[in-house]
Design a protein around this ligand. Structure first.
Ligand SMILES: Cc1cc2nc3c(=O)[nH]c(=O)nc-3n(C[C@H](O)[C@H](O)[C@H](O)COP(=O)(O)OP(=O)(O)OC[C@H]3O[C@@H](n4cnc5c(N)ncnc54)[C@H](O)[C@@H]3O)c2cc1C
Length: 365
């Protein structure tokens, strides 16, 4: 529940709120800055507020991350780049030499990583590797690597012959790695597709125990799903407050008194209440050490679908002005549309939750 937070968490939420409503809103709206300068200034402000490093520390609880992400998103700045430092992702807990060669430079911002999981639907077989002495020889394709064009390396799910799926570090400048396509999605994020032809990587680039790649990838994906869900409940609160203020504003006509409008507005608030409760419950279960793969899916589906529906309804209530490029709601609508696909498409995830219970006996209601 978002209520009954500890005094420490309430203090952190106040700091995140001050960061969001002060420097971050100003930097978001400063049209004189290019993307790199904006991100550098955001990083500075976030470090000063003690928020930047939260995603990098293994000690940060799921509830803490949720409270901070929600506070940022409820001021319309949760998606800005530079607020958080790169997290360890699937490199969490790696030993030497990967710790020095990849993890520490990633955390310091000296190297960028990409997560390479999704493959083209028509790929003849999943990306695979054979073992050749001290090397893995990788062949295959990945179709949707966010930030891939700027990445120094990817962590890719690779089927290693005789061992099973592993997350493998593939440096983007390795011979045989081809960046086959660069593209952007409607939310404004940038991606790349890669082909691997006889790419030789050291065997120690396979992270963790042989065959544990899918579980490792899923743990990372679950954490990202919770992050998206937190962003969505905060964003929905922001959208609802924009609409509520408009309906309460004097001189806004009779919209706020119209029963049809009130019905929509009440519906938005009810949907947000339900998703928010689920997202908080999931964070608390994660912090108590429970397996929350199914609950993270449920939270992600509920929060992304709810936020998109709430924003779509908000556009309808505000009218044509909301669709003018540059209006806050049109930007939010584009961004949220992408989140219903990213980290698992909604219907596929619904089927996964059914499978989780029917075939594996997992998951709560
Ligand atoms: C903004 C954004 C960022 C992303 N970043 C990354 C990234 O960094 N790394 C990465 O690896 N991926 C990334 N992705 C890819 C993302 O994970 C996939 O798009 C997502 O998992 C859905 O997979 P898909 O696009 O292959 O669609 P599919 O899973 O193929 O789904 C498409 C449609 O087909 C339906 N469908 C699926 N399976 C079946 C079936 N068996 N029978 C009938 N219907 C079916 C689904 O319900 C859906 O309607 C990103 C995507 C977005 C939008």
């Amino acid at each position: 529940m978002p209520e009954f937070l500890s005094p420490e968490l309430l203090a952190l939420r106040d700091r995140a709120t001050a960061l969001a409503s002060g420097p971050l809103v100003a930097l978001r709206d400063d049209v004189s800055l290019d993307a790199a300068a904006r991100s550098a200034k955001i990083r500075e402000a976030s470090k000063a507020a003690g928020v930047y490093g939260l995603t990098q520390s293994a000690d940060t609880s799921a509830l803490t991350l949720l409270v901070v992400r929600e506070a940022l998103a409820s001021h319309g700045v949760g998606h800005l780049s530079g607020v958080f430092g790169s997290g360890a992702g699937v490199l969490k807990g790696v030993d030497e030499p990967l710790r020095s060669s990849h993890l520490l430079p990633l955390l310091a911002g000296d190297k960028r990583g990409g997560f390479a999981f999704t493959e083209p639907a028509d790929a003849p077989r999943p990306t695979w590797a054979r073992i050749d002495g001290d090397c893995l020889v990788v062949n295959g394709q990945k179709s949707y690597v966010t930030g891939g064009a700027e990445a120094s390396f990817m962590t890719a799910l690779v089927e290693i012959e005789g061992q099973g799926p592993s997350m493998v570090i593939i440096d983007t400048d390795c011979a045989g790695v081809t960046l086959s396509r660069r593209f952007s999605s409607l939310d404004g994020s940038h991606h790349a597709a890669f082909r691997f032809d006889e790419v030789r990587v050291p065997r120690h680039h396979a992270i963790g125990a042989p065959g544990d790649g899918r579980g490792r990838a899923m743990a990372n994906i679950s954490a990202v799903r919770r992050a998206l869900a937190a962003d969505c409940v905060g964003t929905a609160a922001w959208v609802i407050s924009l609409v509520g203020e408009r309906l309460q504003r004097r001189g806004a006509g009779k919209a706020g008194e119209n029963e049809r409008v009130r019905l929509r507005y009440g519906e938005m608030r009810i949907a947000a209440y339900g998703a928010r409760a689920a997202v908080y419950r999931t964070a608390r279960l994660a912090d108590a050490g429970h397996d929350v793969v199914n609950e993270s899916i449920a939270a992600k589906v509920m929060a992304t679908e709810m936020a998109h529906q709430v924003t779509d309804a908000a556009v309808q209530l505000v009218g044509g002005e909301a669709l003018v490029v540059g209006h806050p709601l049109e930007g939010v609508l584009r961004r949220l549309r992408a989140l219903r696909l990213a980290e698992g498409e909604t219907d596929t995830l619904r089927i996964n939750v059914a499978r989780g219970h029917l075939d594996l006996g997992k998951g709560r209601i």
